[in-house]
Design a protein around this ligand. Sequence first.
Ligand code: ADP
Length: 228
Amino acid sequence: MIEFENVRMVYPNGTEALSDVSLKIDEGEFVFIVGASGAGKSTLLHLLLREEKATDGTIRVGDYDLSTIRNRKIPYYRRKLGVVFQDFKLFDHKTVYENVSFAMRAIGAPSSLIRVRVPAILKSVDLSAKYKSFPTELSGGEQQRVSFARAIANNPDIIIADEPTANIDPEMTFEMMNLLLKFNKLGKTVIVITHERGLVNYLKKRVITLDKGRIVDDTKGGLANESL
Ligand code: ADP
């Protein structure tokens, strides 16, 4: 369960990016977070990843309270979350296999587990044949799948896709959504940050709309109005 209670975020320059945001996302939900540029979507993501600390209010994720979590516990907390970034953030000098195994090594996973899990994950995203390739040798869709594979490498409870469709074509968008839906079917929570109304309406999932730092709509089953 993810719970924001009266969360306010004011940056040091005085910009209030989120005001009185309260929301609950249950385990296993699939949620879109939408809103125009500047609405506060990235801020919400930074708070969730605990890259920033909320100015006021409480954020709880499972057993963790992000207002009181100790710094040394933050890396453990982040293991619950897998993030697919807009620009993939792959290491160009590492192979597909290394890009995924690096994420596991970084949290101290044993080599025996890495040797079994990385091939299995690459298979699940249909990249077994490309494990020795470097990102620059891959299509955009393949890079996206590596990015997804890396996000799920440590078996997170929650996956967050940050503007996953910003740099990709409709076919890749469809593929990305299928990966996220597949992951969701395993009972995992999926949060997609986007401004693509077509996509949101097509999937008919819960949509939380932010506007000027406030939640202005929270609807199940796609967007009801023309708010984007
Ligand atoms: P979105 O992701 O929806 O485009 P953001 O969360 O990036 O929105 O931004 C929300 C508001 O906070 C905007 O007014 C933006 O200019 C401001 N903002 C974002 N990051 C910072 C920062 N590091 N310092 C000051 N203001 C920021």
